[in-house]
Design a protein around this ligand. Sequence first.
Ligand SMILES: Nc1nc2c(ncn2[C@@H]2O[C@H](COP(=O)(O)OP(=O)(O)OP(=O)(O)O)[C@@H](O)[C@H]2O)c(=O)[nH]1
Ligand SMILES: [Mg+2]
Length: 229
Amino acid sequence: MVSINYSSREVCCKIVYYGPGLSGKTTNLQYVHSKVPGNTRGELISLATEADRTLYFDFLPINIGTINGFAAKFQLYTVPGQVYYNATRKLVLRGVDGIVFVADSQPDKMDENIESLVNLEENLVEYGYDVNDLPVVIQYNKRDLPGVMPVQDLNARLNRRGWPTFESSATVGNGVFGTLKLIIKLESKPTFELNISLPIKNTNNIDNIPKTAENNLNTNESVPKLSIT
Ligand SMILES: Nc1nc2c(ncn2[C@@H]2O[C@H](COP(=O)(O)OP(=O)(O)OP(=O)(O)O)[C@@H](O)[C@H]2O)c(=O)[nH]1
Ligand SMILES: [Mg+2]
């Protein structure tokens, strides 16, 4: 659940980047870290092996302004995608408020994508989370590579629940902030409206992101405007 601290006037949300090994989860956080102003983020903590595979998780805290006087803090985590690290994946999911499922768009990665999705749902069920109640965005990553599957086919294989989707090329940053804004929008709005009855006044174009946001890869995303004040 989103945690609200009334004495320090802080709202804290946990976003987990989930998906198969090498799909680009760590790359997403690295790009966010490299682009957000230093005074709105903490350090990127990465626990990786020599080959840069995530061993435990990556962690990046970002502060994105205020929501009616409450400081909005988002904690971004990745899980290790390699199949045998499931205990860690499960641990990272504890207390999750929103999930970005980073899928690899290459045809030969479909089995791994599906296996990871099934694993995500299994782990959520073990915590008693209802996957239908949790905000999830599917990010179709590596769109820059030749021969990637059309989004329509990816949706047919991976998106039977009709989650919002976003295309990306995380190495160059396309779609990274679009995905992040979308998950923030999905997880913030209902929570604040429901729990603290403080409507978000101005979402700085976050509202303009369509449900299926097949974004234009030619649009370079600059430094994000994530303030929800
Ligand atoms: N061409 C291309 N390569 C990408 C993209 N995103 C990530 N990569 C590359 O894919 C490799 C794996 O990326 P990571 O971000 O480490 O993948 P991960 O999902 O964190 O992998 P694990 O930690 O093992 O779960 C790296 O070499 C990245 O540079 C992309 O959009 N396009
Ligand atoms: Mg990683």
